[in-house]
Design a binder for this molecule. Structure first.
Ligand SMILES: Cc1cc2nc3c(=O)[nH]c(=O)nc-3n(C[C@H](O)[C@H](O)[C@H](O)COP(=O)(O)O)c2cc1C
Length: 223
């Protein structure tokens, strides 16, 4: 940044702090063999420590021109090293994943000074799994999903209200109704990083990688 540019810096950001406080040390001498297990251990601690919405996660995808895109959603489940999230297949992310199944999930829990980075390949688990996920959602969330138009341009609020009224009625007539566009996506990971902040910036970074024989190997990274 040039001297001129630094004079123009927005005062809003001056003095803003990050990673403040003292965090528990991450003992990397006692780690599970597989990243899915460590993820569940970290998630259990986040819940115990009342981290706000610990299942909220940034999903990064790439579009057909290789340009990254990202948005927050919620993690629905974890089995082994497969991480599940749900969304509309017609959405921007849905279209991007259809074109390029490579993706990343990033969690950040400020009160614990923890970040988890996951990289993997996403598959669509199919219409029935999507329907099952949708049936477990509250009616209003189901009605919105049933519009099947996530991420499409909205002309005006009235258009949304009309569509919602139609789907609310449909759910009254048929409580089992679901959207054919709703999907449960499964991300099978090949790499994971568990990042623990240190107040002196000597952060601990543990990375797991799947090797060519399908075995998980782990090691530390420079902060
Ligand atoms: C905390 C939080 C949770 C969200 N959960 C979901 C979710 O589970 N599924 C989903 O499709 N969108 C969810 N969203 C909305 C997405 O961020 C996004 O706006 C939407 O999926 C459209 O993204 P796209 O245009 O990139 O496809 C959530 C947003 C926030 C802030």
């Amino acid at each position: 940044m040039s001297a001129d540019q630094s004079d123009n810096r927005n005062p809003l950001f001056r003095g803003l702090k990050a990673l403040e406080g003292t965090f528990a040390a991450f003992d990397t001498s006692k780690i599970p063999q597989r990243p899915g297990e460590l993820f569940l251990e970290w998630m259990a601690l986040a819940l115990q420590e009342n981290v706000t919405e610990p299942h909220a996660v940034t999903l990064s995808t790439v579009d057909s021109e290789g340009r990254p895109d990202a948005r927050v959603l919620v993690l629905k489940d974890v089995h082994g090293e497969t991480f599940y999230f749900a969304s509309g297949m017609e959405s921007r992310k849905g279209q991007q994943l259809q074109h390029n199944s490579h993706a990343a999930l990033t969690f950040y829990w400020p009160s614990l000074g923890r970040q988890i980075r996951l990289r993997g390949t996403v598959s669509d688990t199919g219409a029935e799994e999507g329907a099952e996920d949708l049936r477990r959602r509250p009616d209003e969330a189901r009605a919105i999903a049933m519009t099947g138009r996530q991420s499409a341009p909205l002309d005006n609020e009235r258009q949304l209200e009309q569509a919602l009224a139609e789907y609310r009625e449909q759910l009254v007539r048929d409580p089992e109704a679901v959207s054919p566009y709703w999907r449960l996506y499964a991300m099978q990971i090949f790499e994971a990083e568990f990042w623990q902040a240190h107040s002196g910036r000597k952060h601990t970074r543990l990375q797991y990688r799947l090797d060519e024989d399908g075995q998980w190997e782990s090691g530390l990274l420079w902060p």
